[in-house]
Design a protein around this ligand. Structure first.
Ligand code: ZN
Ligand code: ZN
Length: 473
């Protein structure tokens, strides 16, 4: 009933929005439906309720853990409950990492415990721990440029403070590469200031990688307040000694699944709009913002279209990726399994930077489709969305699809508070604000509908899109 009311209201506005060259653009009817979806999907709290279910009934779901399998079963059941036409899963195999016990303490000159967490895929310490003097570096670059004898036999400490969300790329380089750079100079362990913008005493975990041919040393993060504490101790001029114990281990391989739900199209059902998020999370919180939100937003967007009785021309496919956190492994598996059919992806857009709201809409389409993109933007603009460039990044798991020539969209989310919670025990459902996540689900529903109805291809696999890539790089 509610939906009908919106249709009537939107129809009046849409009449004036019909462009002169209608054959190449979305019809007035499709635009009016999209506007109605946008408005109606902001009510009802569906994405909020899906996320409540995931975080309450499953909680943490680290790749390869017992909860990984429970999350896969939850996702299949939820897709069916929501009325998706087809539900299936595709295998994703990866090495298993377990965290084990973890502790850190300053042993001299001011003995006291710190809160610590191992970085993903770190090796463990011997059971009795590793003890060493701390040597501080402001950034990864400073560590790389330091003389070897300043680091040898010590615990390297990268003290790179993240001020705002846009610092993530530069600051996380210390997390992902710091251990091997420290080990190259003879360090016995690496500790980093957490990659996070909060002042809570929670360390932020996250993925790290060892370089080939360099000894693997344990790597861990301490919270921002504990990093400040260590800095104050170091300022007093005496050696500061830290004892670190990590029980982390690598244990064989595991097969999880990308879980997929589809609303089947009517006219071009082999072509599809690809949306989704990643189903795995780290183990410390319940994975509400990372990336339960993306799971809930895109499931809700699909369900909302279905519930209105709408049948899209192209199919709408929601993919919940396995194991994003430990190296985009589900995203690569999806690419590899569908590599012969990537031209059938009309558009790819992942939600993986929190609950929103959507603040920017950008595309990566062949030039012939830009008039349709402008129509799509006009429908989303009343949500407070700004226009971006035609060089969108579709999200971490879908980046590989863009690289392979798939048309992509970026529904850029407000992430101002995302890195307060990211990869910590604080990533929990109470942080979710219905108005924020509802706006995001509404934007995804309207976007997916318009992309599925577009009279023109967005250009996946075409020379026109390849040419664009050459120009924009
Ligand atoms: Zn994520
Ligand atoms: Zn993450």
């Amino acid at each position: 009933m509610l939906f009908t009311k919106y249709v009537i209201t939107a129809a009046v506005a849409a009449v004036f929005a019909v462009p002169a060259f209608a054959a190449e653009t979305l019809s007035a009817k499709d635009l009016q439906t999209a506007s109605a979806l946008r408005d109606a999907a902001q009510t009802g709290n569906l994405s909020y309720r899906i996320l409540e279910s995931l975080t309450t009934e499953i909680g943490p779901r680290m790749a390869g853990s017992k909860n990984d399998a429970r999350a896969v079963a939850w996702a299949e059941a939820k897709f069916r409950e929501l009325g998706f036409d087809k539900v299936w899963k595709e295998p994703v195999t990866f090495p298993v990492w377990t965290r084990g016990v973890e502790s850190a303490e300053i042993v001299a000159p001011f003995p006291q415990p710190l809160l610590v967490t191992a970085l993903g895929f770190s090796v463990g310490t011997p059971a009795e721990g590793i003890t060493g003097d701390i040597v501080r570096f402001a950034t990864l670059k400073d560590l790389i440029e330091a003389p070897d004898d300043a680091v040898r036999g010590k615990i390297a400490f990268i003290d790179h403070k993240m001020q705002k969300a846009s610092d993530y790329g530069s600051v996380q380089a210390g997390r992902s590469q710091g251990a091997s750079e420290a080990a190259r100079k003879g360090a016995v362990a690496l500790v980093i200031r957490s990659v996070g913008t909060d002042s809570h005493r929670f360390p932020h975990t996250g993925m790290m990688r060892y370089k080939e041919g360099i000894p693997k040393i344990p790597a861990a993060a301490i919270s921002n307040p504990d990093a400040d504490l260590v800095v104050r101790m170091l300022e007093r001029g005496k050696p500061v000694s830290l004892k670190l114990r990590l029980g982390a281990e690598n244990e064989g391989t595991y097969t999880s699944y990308n879980v997929i739900g589809e609303i089947t199209g009517t006219e071009k059902k082999d072509e599809y709009v690809l949306i989704g998020g990643h189903l795995d999370s780290w183990d410390l919180g319940t994975g509400a913002i990372d990336d339960g939100a993306g799971v809930a937003i895109t499931m809700a967007a699909g369900e909302f279209i279905k519930r209105q009785g709408l049948r899209p021309k192209r199919s709408i496919r929601v993919v919940l990726y396995a194991n994003e956190e430990q190296g985009l492994i589900g995203g690569k598996a999806y690419h590899d399994a569908h590599v012969k059919d990537l031209h059938k992806i009309q558009a790819a857009a992942e939600a993986d930077s929190g609950q929103g709201p959507v603040v920017r809409f950008s595309s990566y389409v062949q030039p012939a489709a830009l008039p349709v993109v402008k129509q799509m933007f006009d429908v989303l603009a009343p949500l407070g969305v700004q226009a971006g460039d035609n060089d969108a990044h579709p999200g971490p798991d879908m980046g590989i699809l863009k690289s392979a020539g798939t048309a992509s969209f970026g529904l850029g989310l407000n992430n101002e508070d995302y890195f307060d919670l990211h990869h910590t025990p604080d990533d929990t459902f109470d942080k979710i604000v219905p108005a924020r996540i509802n706006q995001t689900a509404a934007a995804y529903a309207a976007f997916a509908w318009m992309a599925a109805q577009s009279p023109v291809s967005f250009g996946s696999g075409t020379d026109a899109l390849k040419a664009l890539k050459t120009v924009s790089k």
